[in-house]
Design a protein around this ligand. Structure first.
Ligand code: TRP
Ligand code: SF4
Length: 342
């Protein structure tokens, strides 16, 4: 398996289909994907199977969520000419490799993954004491090794999953021979954006700005944003380091503006109203091209579906080869490439 036609390292990453994205998703992960798509041989996956581990109760809105998220990927600049964009459930090899890897993964390894106990607690009201939820990182391992990915760009919370993948790979290769590639996590620069209320920006807190937010809505929402709580009157000096408006300036405004705001805030030379209006303009300038592309993709959902079909076809080609090498190494019967009708 070692020799490969391409020179570039291969990258695979995934996101659960949460529907339309917010600027925190964009700056936290998506923009990084857009930047690296030329540097690596890139595979970006809609992890719809993973979304079932916590959301199996009602799956009716899944198709819409997948579509909305992929539209935002494309709007943000992921380019199907330069990377493979696909949906996990359209490539059946993920399910089959998951099964095979599950045979060699000790329960203890899964129970020890930090996100397991955390999520059980966090989502205590949903019943996720399921086989599938425990196996979440095995499925993720299958995603990664199917494409023999060298690198997996992820946030800090996902690093234990990549570590587990490495352990599963070593175990597999030890048992059956050197077939699988050991991947490496590449930490995406931790850029957690504050939401309108100052807490971490998150859909579940309802404190987000979406990628498709209109210009007026951006202005209006930023106007309601919390600021330095100690700055009550206009003449009170502010503390930008505790102000969520300032944190967003650091992401969206140019360095010179950021420095000016920092100084004038401390001297009470700028008021929060003006500071926020500068921020809204900076965000709007960055969102303008995205909004435009988003409208374009929204008007042609069939084209988006086609991109997912083409992506699945390319992904399956590679995935099929790996799966057959795995089955061969395990003395199982390989399969001809016929099942995939995309
Ligand atoms: N678990 C990841 C998350 O929630 C999504 C994901 C699924 C993923 N499969 C993957 C990420 C493979 C990287 C590689 O963010
Ligand atoms: Fe925050 Fe800006 Fe007001 Fe300073 S001037 S407290 S940075 S909103």
């Amino acid at each position: 398996m070692g020799v490969r036609a391409t020179v570039k390292d291969r990258v695979l990453s995934g996101m659960q289909p949460s529907g339309a994205l917010h600027i925190g998703n964009w700056m936290g992960a998506l923009d990084n994907w857009v930047q690296i798509q030329d540097v690596f041989d890139s595979y970006f996956m809609v992890a719809d199977y993973h979304s079932l581990t916590t959301g199996y109760h009602d799956t009716r809105d899944l198709p819409q969520k997948v579509l909305d998220m992929v539209i935002d990927w494309l709007a943000a600049g992921l380019d199907p000419e330069r990377s493979i964009i696909f949906r996990q459930s359209m490539v059946p090899e993920h399910a089959e490799l998951h099964l095979l890897l599950s045979m060699i993964t000790p329960l203890g390894w899964l129970e020890r993954v930090p996100s397991y106990k955390e999520k059980l607690k966090e989502l205590a009201q949903r019943d996720i004491h399921t086989y599938g939820f425990l196996g979440y990182p095995v499925l993720q391992s299958a995603d990664i090794v199917l494409y023999q990915a060298d690198k997996v760009p992820v946030g800090q919370d996902q690093v234990p999953h990549v570590e587990l993948t490495r352990e599963i790979v070593r175990r597999f290769n030890g048992l059956y021979g050197e077939v699988l590639v050991e991947p490496e996590a590449v930490l995406t620069e931790a850029r957690v954006l504050p939401g309108l209320d100052g807490k971490k920006m998150s859909k579940s807190y309802g404190n987000t700005l979406s990628l498709g937010e209109s210009q007026d809505s951006v202005k209006q929402k930023i106007r309601t944003m919390v600021t330095d709580p100690a700055r009550i009157r206009r003449q009170d000096p502010g503390h930008p380091e505790v102000c969520p408006v300032f944190s967003l300036h650091k992401v969206f405004s140019d360095p010179k503006t950021v420095q000016e705001i920092e100084e004038s805030c401390r001297q009470a030379a700028i008021g929060c109203v003006d500071c926020k209006s500068l921020l809204a303009s900076a965000i709007n300038v960055k969102l303008d091209p995205i909004r435009e592309r988003r409208l374009m993709w929204q008007s042609q959902p069939e084209r988006v579906e086609e991109i997912l079909h083409e992506g699945a076809r390319s992904a399956a080609e590679l995935a099929h080869g790996t799966l057959n090498a795995v089955k061969d190494a395990m003395h199982l019967k390989p399969q001809p490439l016929n099942g995939n009708s995309w």
